[in-house]
Design a protein around this ligand. Sequence first.
Ligand code: TXE
Length: 481
Amino acid sequence: MQNIQNYINGKLQPPLSGEWIDNYDPSCGEVYGKIPNSSEEDVEEAVQAAVKAFPGWSTTTVEERSSILLKIADLIEEKLQFLAEAESKDNGKPISLALAVDIPRASSNFLFFGNAITQFASEAHESVGHYAINFTLRKPLGIVGCISPWNLPLYLFTWKIAPALAAGNCVVAKPSEVTPMTAYLLSEICIEAGLPEGVLNIVHGLGNTTGQAIVKHPKIKAISFTGGTTTGEHIARTAAPMFKKLSLELGGKNPNIIFTDCDYEKMLNTTVRSSFANQGQICLCGSRIFVEESLYEKFKTDFVARVKAIKVGHPSQNDSNLGALVSKEHLEKVYSYIEDAPNQNATILCGGKKVTVEGYENGYYLEPTVIEVKTNQCKLNQEEIFGPVVTIMPFKTDEEALSFANEVRYGLSATLWTNNLNRTMHFSNELQVGVVWVNTWLMRDLRTPFGGMKDSGVGREGGQEALRFFTEPKNVCIQYS
Ligand code: TXE
């Protein structure tokens, strides 16, 4: 059994209530550890620790703060193999993915914001003719809450924590109760890196108790949240009357728009990845594929052949392209969409069945599934499935593709495959999304703003946007004679 603990005031400790939650290994469906079922009292302790630490942390020099964050980045990098194995076991993702993406990115998050804070500048405005100068002070907010989901556990947890700490805030953070392990290992790393006590507090537990306690705590000034849209709505309802700053990164139902004039092989390879990476459990996956009519039949044949060749297997095996879905509950949710496909007048072209992996018969495995739909209005194209399921559908004109892309409540990202510059610019202007990838997918530069429109969220993270979010701008106007 691998039991994990809360990290409060620089120490690892059990929940005050003595209550624990089971932690499952999705690859075999067995409980392999316990996590704290923290209550409001644990959150209160964490907030008190953060309040005590804030005057010291917010006045450390930028160089000191930066050097601790860079130390954390180094330690994550040193422990790459160990952390990747832990992530893969906790989440069900292939070890190859955790090694190549999740853990390196967690290290990069600390490296990036550890460096970015040394370059963070604010504006000055000279009021010419008034003999006045305005400048902006950017003060840390105080205590902030960071709540993250299970799909990219350490990657997204650190994406929030690193800028919050870099900007001088103290943090109370909660990872998903479904994948808490690497957040716990991060607390050990923070102790090793010499992060002062109380600066970061990690409280484990359920969303509607521990998470809710963080969101409604009056001393917590801002919430950075990534997760489901329904949870985001709930958080906004709780936090808005308290006038908290909110950054909400929510669901997506992203279009992948393919034109005949694309680089076909590159598009095909990338589309397999953008459809199924991490078992399709990335908010940026291109889950609605729209293909220009003249290319549609060829694409359908080639894509289905590629998808049939994908190997679903135990996450620890290097040749597994897809591992297990994160939980039994999530597997059933995703599977229910597949079962419902015939009622949506849709055709399953490949996949669609649960997979039994020898030796791990109770694991949560599902075949990568391609479904041909007749209309963009069907449930399969309108609701976030968040699993290894994509739909395909032809379009006739640019305007039709654009309207399919935008006819959805979400607006996180879009992928466009074309070599036509005018079309690229037209779509980039008109797509109702926060991120447009042209002839690529999930190519991330941490300096760029990241977030969604419509029901995909509020606010932007990344680069200067994150540092702005985690600071309070204060205008100072000095008149001189
Ligand atoms: O996420 P939740 P769930 C989507 C995806 C998925 C659906 C539900 O479609 O099927 O959301 O997933 C915490 N106050 N995404 O239910 O509940 C929770 O403990 C405060 C998209 O697993 O949103 C966890 O730490 N916190 C997404 C975090 O919120 C609360 C990634 C996210 O969990 C809370 C994951 C509350 N009342 C799911 N309730 C993406 N955008 O990448 C829950 N939490």
